[in-house]
Design a protein around this ligand. Structure first.
Ligand code: EPU
Length: 420
């Protein structure tokens, strides 16, 4: 298992390029099996989660070839309908195979994704949505077995207890594009990856209206064709490097960062006193003391993303005064707090609130990543901390941040990957 050894306290300066979005690419990859033709997806990041999705496609019978950042998918022989536990357990996004397989083959057998360290992550809305389209769903020995050769359009509401569901919207869309008649998805997710998936599907010949709004109207079509598509830059990765500039009181140009995708994050960073400039396709971020505390509440897009909650908490841990962070999507997503406190932060969690009392300096310590975004937060804290921080279980971070240590080294960080 790899670890990062970080010697913190250096002001970071320079340029970092943002890679293609993980969460936007994953549903596109699996959606490509809705046609028999070749699809090519550009700007695909080299990430563990992308590898896992490619492996699922191969198990289903598709041919997948990644050269550089171009991913070519040949789905014509995709005739298997089982996504096995060994692959699904690595990544919850594998549950997208359910909607795509139903849309392609009229049947799917996908392992139940199970628990997760960021709290319970049910899939009831996915299943309700697919059932409304006419699929028969059974749970057998830890697998979801879905059948439905004659899916029909339906009126489906995807509002969950914490807002709409990204994954359920994607699954229902993929199953609905080739269903007979009209599907209306109410309370659809408006997240960027859903907008991207809808555009990708329309590029394949689907008929989806209302893209980017909470009401999606899908008129089923008989056949889809291949598509060539470029993935958007990863806004969550961009936010991490914006915070790297802020936490080291440095100055970084985030190349390919799209400010319009990050309005809520930029708004909060500016509120903290960080300078953020939209440079037309790039974002310039610089910070110097004193910075101000702020309150943050996560919310579905275009609100403040839950995936940036832990990184910004690391920053606020270094800002004098009291900041309160409220997590509304995954109420227990605070695994990083005890590790940040081991680095000298002063953070108390009460229910779904974290009360962050800024300290003058974090101190390096051995810490452990236990999930992707929390792991990134520990690296960011390590960049600002005095002396040495060792972040273990870096495989969590590798799921979603391409070559993180190389990108940070490029702006002057002292960070090294060590293998056990
Ligand atoms: N929910 C339900 N029932 C469902 C589905 C979801 O109650 O059937 C609840 C969840 O428990 C949660 C909320 O609804 O409280 C939102 O979950 P959602 O389904 O929207 O999330 P997801 O599709 O599982 C995606 C991202 C996450 C990101 C969330 C929220 C991908 C592959 N994953 O997850 O990304 O945090 O949306 O924006 O796109 C990450 O990249 O680290 C990550 C966790």
């Amino acid at each position: 298992m790899d670890k990062f050894v970080i010697k913190g306290g250096k002001r970071l300066e320079g340029e970092i390029s943002v890679s293609g979005s993980k969460n936007a690419a994953l549903p596109l990859i699996v959606a490509s099996i809705l046609s028999d033709d070749i699809s090519v997806i550009h700007n695909v990041a080299k990430l563990a989660d992308i590898d896992s999705m490619n492996q699922i496609l191969e198990v289903l019978g598709a041919k997948v070839q990644l050269s550089g950042t171009d991913l070519k998918i040949e789905p014509s022989n995709c005739d298997k309908f089982e996504a096995p536990y060994d692959l699904v357990r690595k990544m919850r996004a594998s549950v997208y195979a359910l909607g795509a397989l139903l849309g392609r083959l009229g049947r799917a057998r996908v392992s139940f994704p199970g628990g997760c360290v960021i709290g319970t992550r049910p899939i009831d809305l996915h299943l309700i949505g697919l059932e409304k389209l006419g699929a028969k769903i059974e749970i057998e020995h830890g697998y979801i077995v879905a059948t439905g050769n004659d899916l029909r359009g339906a009126d489906i509401d995807l509002m969950g207890p914490h807002g709409s569901s990204v994954g359920a919207t994607a699954n229902v869309m993929m199953a609905a594009v080739r269903a007979e008649g009209k599907t209306i998805i109410r309370n659809a997710s408006c997240e960027l990856q859903i907008v991207e998936l809808a555009r990708f599907l329309n590029g394949m010949g689907a008929n989806i209206e209302g893209i980017g709004t909470p009401v999606l109207i899908i008129n089923g079509v008989k056949k889809l064709h291949g598509v060539e598509y470029t993935v958007i830059p990863d806004q969550i990765e961009a936010a991490a490097y914006m915070i790297a500039a802020a936490i080291t009181r440095g100055s970084i140009l985030i190349k390919n960062g799209i400010a319009a995708h990050l309005e809520a994050v930029i708004d909060k960073l500016r509120g903290i006193g960080v300078e953020v400039e939209d440079k037309n396709g790039h974002i310039m971020v610089s910070a110097k003391d004193p910075l101000k505390p702020i309150d943050i509440r996560t919310a579905p897009y275009p609100g403040f993303p839950t995936d940036v909650q832990s990184p910004i908490m690391a920053l606020l841990a270094t800002v004098d005064g009291i900041s309160v962070i409220t997590e509304t999507i995954y109420l227990e997503r605070f695994m990083h707090v005890s590790e940040l406190n081991r680095m000298g932060a002063n953070i108390k969690v009460e229910g779904n609130f974290a009360v962050v009392k800024g300290v003058p300096r974090l101190s390096g310590a051995p810490v452990m990543a236990s999930e992707l975004r929390g792991g990134a937060a520990l690296v960011l804290a390590g960049l600002a901390a005095e002396n040495q921080t060792v972040v273990s279980r870096v495989y969590h971070i590798d799921r979603g941040y391409e070559h993180m240590e190389q990108k940070l080294t490029g702006v002057g960080a002292n960070i090294e990957r060590l293998s056990d």
